[in-house]
Design a protein around this ligand. Structure first.
Ligand code: ADP
Ligand code: MG
Length: 593
């Protein structure tokens, strides 16, 4: 064989250490939020009871994490920023029983490789803090200074030396939303330490240490959860336990991102556990809604492998499905035991289910009524009697070749029953209204607003507040006028109004959550469409609202006037269902006339 005279590539060479470090950093450090996660977890591992996170420009220019933990001895500062240097594993076999959040010795080295990092620490017993300055992975200087016991890590100019990475970062406001979300998740997994977040020197979240999962959940997920949670607590047969809280079905979300799992204090994502939790809500929630919850799993460390993912976000659990089933059953029975909160206005209608659990096959029969009273057809009929009494059926349509519809009656505060010349028609009032609002928003870029005579005060979570400032323009043109009112309070001075219908103020937090999660996920197209769809959903007439024929008529008129009215709401659910007369005739064994 003749050796090739010229190779197309320069051949195999070893990469230089700086390049290796940057490649490795890419796995651990994706954006400011991932830096915050690693640094706060280090503080937790150091036994800190108070941790402060400060960011500037969403963390793009500077991130600073300060703790009151055990600290790092001066002669170990250099080691701390070296790859594969850790105090948390000793000797072979250590990987099999990891009790700390960190163990790979990679985070500080990775962050230091792609930023200008200052690490200063005063370990317990030391007189002063020692510090080092690292730039792009090289130690550039050392110093001694007075500081309270504990550790501070300062990260400036993230990705200053990796421009390719920097391109994938978002605008500061969007990165701040991510950081705020990460801080909330860190606290939920470890509520035993106070966690404070500042942005541009202003406190934006304060999560005090607590031993109560429901306290922590309310602080991170919102005050609407107060009195709306059920506790879950169940032992795992071969050791450990599952505990936490889940929101009642009346509190639900459009995405699955308001469920937080931790395993042995580590915040993790687990598809298996998430699906198990969702299954516990089967027939309590429509398929498009997701529960809210915080679930902590304490388990024999030998059953988990945390070393499968660079950011340790995913872990392996042996017999994970079995664990999921324990979780599902525990949540299910907690939901069945918990008496429903009755009549919280239309909000409780979100849990509307037409078949009470008594009619379901299998499973123990729940002793309590788990359907909100308001959702029972009889209660509805009684509530709607006055509406039916003086109603003259209303005729709509005949615009643009659409069949004329006679609006007959609302049913279940959800559908409108109507008839055309040759069919019975059911209209989903929410879907219809949502579609109309969505089209108006896309066409005009804004919705009309109505000022409130008495402004409404709302509390927002830190993450909701972060999205509010990120999307101020869009939210404003959608008709919401929202002003900070001190602390976590906000004052709503105007609400969107569409065809005489005023949106509800409590839709705003839900809208903000949805935008933080990335908007309606089922709507294709870009961010603008997803945002419009979210706003439309929250500004529209809701399922559970009782609306007049007048109003339904206006919505249908507007719907019919849409140029390309495909009768589906912005996320593809049908708006109208037709039952042709011929079908009815066959049901009643009549020959068609
Ligand atoms: P790991 O957490 O996997 O050990 P890191 O790179 O995150 O790796 O940290 C390296 C080491 O630096 C840790 O093992 C720990 O000894 C020390 N360290 C890092 N942050 C802190 C802190 N906030 N307080 C005390 N020690 C810390
Ligand atoms: Mg670490």
């Amino acid at each position: 064989m003749t050796p090739p005279t010229q190779r197309p590539t320069p051949g195999i060479r070893r990469l230089d250490p700086a390049t290796i470090a940057r490649i490795a950093a890419g796995e651990v450090v994706e954006r400011p939020a991932s830096v915050v996660k690693e640094l706060v977890e280090n503080a937790y591992d150091a036994g800190a009871t108070e941790v402060g996170v400060a960011i500037w420009q969403g963390g793009l220019t500077r991130i600073s994490v300060l703790d009151n933990g055990s600290g790092i001895p001066a002669d170990e500062l250099g080691l701390a920023v070296e790859r594969h240097a850790t105090s948390k594993l000793s000797g072979p076999g250590g990987l099999e029983r990891i009790a700390t959040l960190g163990f790979r010795g990679e985070a500080l080295a990775s962050i230091a490789a792609v930023s200008r990092l200052t690490l200063r620490s005063r370990p317990t017993g030391a007189e002063a803090a020692h510090g080092i300055r690292v730039e792009g992975g090289h130690i550039e200087g050392e110093f001694i200074e007075g500081a309270p016991p504990g550790t501070t890590v300062d990260v400036a100019d993230l990705f200053f030396n990796t421009p390719a990475r920097r391109k994938f970062l978002h605008a500061p406001a969007a990165e701040q939303v991510e950081v705020t979300g990460a801080v909330g998740a860190l606290y939920l997994a470890h509520p035993g330490a106070t966690l404070v977040l500042e942005s541009e020197g202003r406190e934006v979240a304060r999560y005090p240490r607590t031993s109560s999962a429901s306290d922590a959940a309310v602080r991170v997920l919102g005050a609407e959860l107060v009195g709306q949670m059920v506790e879950v607590e169940v032992p795992i047969p071969d050791g450990g336990r599952i505990s936490g809280v889940v929101g009642r079905p009346a509190i639900s979300r459009g995405t699955s991102r308001s469920v937080f799992f931790s395993v042995n204090g580590r915040s993790v994502a687990s598809r298996v556990l998430a699906q198990a939790l969702r299954r516990a809500f089967d027939d309590y929630l429509p398929r498009t809604r997701y529960p809210v919850g915080v679930i902590a799993v304490e388990i024999d460390p030998a059953r988990i492998d945390v070393n499968v993912h660079p950011t340790k976000r995913e872990i392996r659990i042996t017999r994970e499905r079995e664990l999921g089933e324990i979780l599902r059953a525990a949540v299910r029975s907690a939901l069945q035991r918990a008496p429903q909160a009755v009549d919280r206005g239309a909000r409780s209608s979100r849990s509307l289910r037409l078949d009470p659990p008594e009619l379901q096959s299998g499973g123990p029969t729940p002793p309590t009524l788990s359907v909100p009273l308001a959702a029972l057809p009889i209660a509805i009929a009684r509530r709607q009697e006055h509406l039916l009494a003086d109603r003259t059926p209303r005729l709509v349509g005949a615009a643009g070749g659409h069949p004329r519809l006679l609006l007959l009656a609302p049913i279940f505060s959800l559908y409108w029953l109507a008839a055309s010349d040759d069919a019975l028609v059911l209209v989903d009032q929410h879907a219809a209204s949502e579609r109309v609002v969505y089209e108006a928003l896309r066409r005009d870029g804004r919705l009309a607003r109505q000022s409130l005579v008495s402004p409404i005060l709302l509390t927002l979570t830190a993450r909701q507040a972060a999205v509010l400032s990120e999307r101020r323009a869009e939210i404003g043109s959608a008709g919401f006028t929202v002003e900070p009112f001190g602390g976590d309070s906000y004052r709503i001075a105007s609400l969107p109004v569409y065809r005489g219908r005023l949106a509800r103020a409590d839709m705003l937090p839900a809208l903000l959550d949805e935008l933080a999660d990335g908007g309606r996920p089922t709507v294709p197209n870009g961010l603008v469409e997803r945002t419009a769809a979210s706003i439309a959903c929250h500004a529209a007439v809701r399922a559970g609202d009782t609306i007049s024929a007048e109003e339904m008529g206006r919505i249908l008129d507007a719907l019919y006037r849409l140029p390309d009215a495909s009768y589906a709401c912005p996320h593809g659910r049908p708006i109208l269902v037709r039952l042709p007369r011929g079908r009815l005739d066959r049901w009643f064994l009549r020959s068609p006339e």
